[in-house]
Ligand binder design. Structure first.
Ligand code: NOJ
Length: 574
């Protein structure tokens, strides 16, 4: 063969879909973190009117939808993932009319809106939990949460040995109205985030009503927080291999841990699917489920459950070609088996930004925050690899999530003053884990404006590092070769070439799939999707370009089109 096409012998890992299939099978969805996207009021905290004003940015970038992290009434002990009222907007962010205006403007611009649903726990300020504390053990009020008597003399020890994801024990002891010590309640996260009891029909009914509330208001779907945590094993048995005093591991294997990935969660999602299906417009749900292995994750996207599940195994593969290759292949196998799309993701508000992670000496490591006393990333290398990783991701058939600011190539804030840290993880681990504040910094829109254009007054709830100024949107927009223009081009070409609904087949070498002209080295991931051949070269030395094709888009300069430079991804076409 004279040009790189997939030979009949090449394994087609994933079959082509139809361009008319539902939007969520191939959509690129942009995560907006409301605290840090844009501040219209000038108080230093992002808000819904700020997001609405900036929606044209998302339309220009070329995404299909946005996902809003929580903006509900909340004491903000976990940045809004501690909800006190699921049917109202926190005054920090605006009000319900502001949400309606945001959704209307997004829809006008052709963007769908996904909201965050936090069903595993409420805030301790939720009326249900306040009522539970005021009520007696065994009451209807307490039965909405997981209250238990303690063990040991006087019930002074926690009911079991589970740890909080944020560090420390997963139980908090209550004080009775008369001042005596009382029962304990479970919190898999902060002690201000009590877990709900999902065996209680009242809890189930309430959340179906909350789904309807937002569906009626025009939400196009839900990102479901901690989707693997709602159901706990009956009897709440001790976990045989406690993780130690620190935080729980971020992924949970095979439903073994009695707090995570229990089979009972699936029945909940089946009932929610019925609710969504009653509404027109292909409403969709995406699971945030840190579970392993991928075959277990695929259980969440069976045809009568969720539509998507974040592929965190892909995020965690870092810059390791063997791991990436096996995650990509396995993802298509397990998701195709249940007829679901694969949902690719590299960054979000819980992990170190990929432009930084990939610049660490070990680019597969995933520290929980980086501070001044830690290894600092190689920023140039990190950005180079991040751009390559993003082009790899956006070529993969399926859906993809982008985290705000990655289109600017933003790094993590790695020199944040410890006193400013707000993530409960920092406090709960006594500073052993720095936490997630460094990836949640307000966006730079205009280098020379107050707060880099984030807020008209210059106020910011977390300080922006000086490195953000040259990366501000106004420094990149219209600038050939900028990360912003790279993302725009990738999203346009992905759409034009139908990559999201394409088939996927590995390409063995630059000649063709039968490796005429030699096979690519193991550091290279090469594959074809529709009329595009993608070569991601994770090694440091150039490799031959596919023969007979021209460069469509590249993550770095390609001085010689017959070579794919090291640490870069290039899209080729006929
Ligand atoms: C996952 C969310 O993404 C994270 O930010 C939050 O802290 C936990 N769930 C608890 O809700």
């Amino acid at each position: 063969m004279s040009s790189t096409q997939v030979s009949p012998a090449a394994p087609t890992v994933h079959a082509e879909g139809s361009p008319t299939e539902p939007w969520w099978r191939h959509a690129v969805i942009y995560q907006v973190y409301p605290r840090s996207f844009a501040d219209a009021s000038g108080d230093g905290m992002g808000d819904l009117p700020g997001i609405t004003q900036r929606l044209p940015h998302l339309a220009e970038l070329g995404v299909d939808a946005l996902w809003l992290s929580p903006f509900y009434r909340s004491p903000q002990n976990d940045a809004g993932y501690d909800v006190a009222d699921y049917r109202d907007v926190d005054p920090l962010f605006g009000d319900l009319a502001d949400f309606d205006a945001l959704a209307a403007r997004a829809h006008e611009l052709g963007l769908r809106v996904i909201v965050d649903l936090v069903p595993n726990h409420t805030s301790d300020q939720h009326p249900w939990f306040r009522a539970a504390l005021a009520a007696a053990p065994g009451s209807r009020e307490r039965a909405r949460y997981v209250f238990r008597d303690g063990r040991g003399p006087g019930g002074s020890l926690p009911p079991n040995n589970w740890h909080s994801t944020f560090g420390g024990v997963a139980w908090e002891r209550t004080t009775n109205p008369d001042g005596t010590t009382g029962q304990w309640y479970l919190h898999l996260f902060d002690s201000t985030q009590p877990d709900l009891d999902w065996t209680n029909p009242e809890v189930r009914a309430e959340f179906e009503a909350i789904l309807r509330f937002w569906l009626d208001r025009g939400a196009d779907g839900f990102r479901v927080d901690v989707a693997h945590g709602l159901v706990k094993r009956a009897g709440l048995p001790d976990w045989e291999e406690p993780a130690g005093d620190g935080a729980e591991p971020i992924t949970h294997a095979d439903g073994k841990h009695p707090a995570w990935d229990q089979n009972g969660v699936h029945e909940i999602y089946r009932s929610w699917r019925h609710v969504l299906d009653e509404y027109p417009g292909e409403r969709a749900m995406v699971a945030e489920a840190w579970v392993e292995p991928l075959s277990r994750l695929a259980g969440y996207v069976r045809p009568d459950e969720m539509h998507q599940a974040f592929n965190f195994a892909y995020l965690l593969a870092g810059w390791d070609p063997a791991r990436l290759r096996s995650v990509i292949a396995a993802s298509y196998v397990v998701n195709d088996a249940v007829g679901a799309p694969t949902t690719w993701v590299l960054s979000n508000h819980d992990v170190v930004r990929h432009a930084t992670r990939l610049g660490l000496a070990d680019p597969t490591s995933r520290p929980n925050g980086i501070g001044l006393h830690d290894e600092q990333p190689d920023a140039v290398l990190g950005l180079r690899r991040a751009r390559a990783a993003s082009l790899l991701t956006l070529a993969l058939p399926g859906s993809a999530y982008l985290y705000q600011g990655e289109e600017l190539g933003l790094p993590e804030h790695t020199s944040l003053d410890d006193e400013l840290r707000q993530d409960p993880t920092y406090r709960r681990t006594e500073g052993k884990e720095l936490g997630r504040d460094g990836c949640r910094i307000p966006l730079p829109w205009a280098a020379d404006e107050p707060a880099m254009g984030f807020s008209p007054t210059g106020a910011t709830w977390l300080p922006q590092p000086p490195e953000y100024a040259p990366l501000a949107l106004d420094r990149q927009r219209g600038v050939a070769g900028s990360t912003y223009e790279l993302y725009r081009a990738a999203l346009r070409l992905r759409r034009e070439h139908g990559l999201g609904t394409g088939g996927f087949a590995w390409v063995a070498g630059p000649g063709d799939a039968s490796a005429t002209g030699g096979a690519y080295p193991p550091e290279v991931l090469a594959f074809s999707v529709r009329d595009v051949v993608v070569v991601a070269n994770l090694g440091t030395t150039p490799v031959p370009a596919p023969t007979g094709l021209r460069v469509l888009l590249a993550s770095t300069d390609v001085p010689d089109e017959s070579q794919v430079p090291g640490e870069s991804t290039v899209w080729f076409t006929r």
